[in-house]
Ligand binder design. Sequence first.
Ligand SMILES: C[S@@+](CC[C@H](N)C(=O)[O-])C[C@H]1O[C@@H](n2cnc3c(N)ncnc32)[C@H](O)[C@@H]1O
Length: 364
Amino acid sequence: MESATGLPPIDCDTPSALLLCRGHDNLSQGRARTTKNGELGKDLRSQRRCFAPDGDAKNFHYAPMPPSPVSLSPHSPMTFYSRASVYSAFFAPSDQMKGSIDRLAKFALKRAPKSVLDPCCGPGLWLEHFAKKGCVVAGSDLQAPAVASAEARLAGMRAVVAQGDMRDPPALLGASFDLCINLDNSIGHLGCREDVIAHFIAMRARMQPKSAYILGCAIREADDVIIAETVYERGPIEVAGGGFAALRTETLGIDPETRCERIRQWTMSAHVPECPPLIIEQYDLLTFGIAQWKEMFEASGGWEVLQCCDATTESLPSRPFTRGAGDVVLLLRPRIAATRKKSTRASATKKAPLKKPSRTLRKR
Ligand SMILES: C[S@@+](CC[C@H](N)C(=O)[O-])C[C@H]1O[C@@H](n2cnc3c(N)ncnc32)[C@H](O)[C@@H]1O
């Protein structure tokens, strides 16, 4: 059957076919995910129909992909992350998201941050945001191509970037940061609880006492169920440096034994330099229940949860830091060591009346 374009009909579910669609990049905007009611999945399915070629024919190009190398890397997120231009095309933070993060930083610091560290900086998208505001920024990432991309993005700004592991970010990045940021559950790429604790200890060592850590993570209980579905879908969109790409991320649910969430990601591209047309990756992200998060905070020296926000909405609305909170952004502050607190309190008792202890967890 022929369509209005004279081209064969498109089966959008066939990964070996890539539809390039100029001006129609809104298959799904944002990085929302719904795990409970599946509404986003429904929207995606209906929106996908806008791919039918008999719509705005002049804007549609159908490009059947030739047999080509497929990168399939089970349990490794590395291929997509090493395609910095493609990553940046999809995950450059929106103005709304930037505003939400700035609001959290201001809530914690009572002023704009001066120095910012991202220990999983990827191509430096968040570092760029803060560098443009005049902050000194530093970042590290496991992926050399991501680090190279961050370096290029931050050239001429007050920035230092290096390759390194979030469990012990390179010393050359410096210390005494007043803000750390690590979004999108990058911490879930670590291997186990001990890795997460090592990461928190390393971050404390690089932070000022009254600083803040904005952390994206997943709070899931052992009995939480995640329905397998598409959680993010967007494109094709233009990629800076050339070409187009489309991305689909699916959750395959939680492995009951490891408690990891299994993610499958499809990256389809055309004419993007050094990027295979199809990358299918499957990897596992660590998740922990609320009690485990609290235990890991204690085991790494203590962290106050100043705010817990719903990460599925870019306005980052507050939500309780409780069981099954799901994908969240936590605003954390390293707790000051008990001995220091005690001595401050002792001298305060002598010299001035005791102040009310500050509330660390907002009541809802
Ligand atoms: C979801 S991306 C986040 C990138 C960046 N923070 C942003 O918000 O755009 C996750 C990043 O974590 C990096 N990563 C994964 N494991 C890491 C580790 N152990 N140490 C440092 N970086 C790691 C990946 O290479 C990838 O660039």
